[in-house]
Design a protein around this ligand. Sequence first.
Ligand code: DX5
Ligand code: ZN
Length: 222
Amino acid sequence: MTVQIAPSILAADFARLTDEAAAVAAVADWLHVDVMDGHFVPNLTIGLPVVEALLKHADLPLDCHLMIEDPDRWAPGYAEAGARNVTIHAEAARGPVRTLRAIRAAGARAGLGINPATPVEPYADLLPEIDMLLLMTVEPGYGGQPFLDLVLPKVRRARKLIAGHGTAIWLQVDGGVSEETIGRCAEAGADVFVAGSAVYSADDPAAAVRSLRSLAERASGR
Ligand code: DX5
Ligand code: ZN
C-alpha cells in the first residue's frame, strides 16, 4: 500500500483556486474536488464548469467526489472532461454498475463512496467495477467536522474485503482527517487520505501535507 494525500479544495479560498492548488502541487498526489448539489447533501459548491477550469490550471490530477443526486446522469461528464478519478455515492446511484463502467470507459478511475451509516458488505460484489472505495468519516456536506471513530471498524472490514478480492483497489477516507486522526485511519487500512481543513487552515499547506504523509506512513508500517 502506498500512502496518497488528497487535499480538499473545499477548505481553500474559492476565489484563488489556482494559487491554492499550486500551494500543494509539489507534495500532494491528488486535488480532491467536492461537488455538492444542495440535494444529496445540504450544501452547494461547484460543478463541471469549475472543474473544467481547474483542469486547465491545476498541476495535480483531480479526484472528483460527487455528492449529488442522479450521479448516473452527471458522473460520466466529469470523466470525459479529464478528471482522473470520479467517485459516485452508493446511496445516490440507481445504476451503479452502468455508471462506474461509463466512468472507466471515459478513461478515469471509478470510485464508490459510502456514508458513515451505510454498511460496506452489500457492495462487495461491486469491487470488480471500482478502482477506489471511499469511506466517509463524517456525514458528507461540510468541511471542518469532527472525525467519526465509529467508521474505523468498517475501514478494517473494507480492507479485508479488498484483500480477499485480490486487486489493488485503493481505500480512501474523507472527513476530519488530521494529524491527530490520520494514524488511526492508516492503521485500520486506509491508503488514500483526503484532508481539507488540516491542509488549508495550516499556515503552510505544503508542510501540512508532508506531515500527514509521514504520520500515515509510520502508522501503516512503511
Ligand atoms: C465533506 C467532504 C470532504 C471535506 C473534508 O463532505 O467530502 O472532502 O472537504 O474536509 P475536512 O478535512 O475539513 O473534514
Ligand atoms: Zn470529499
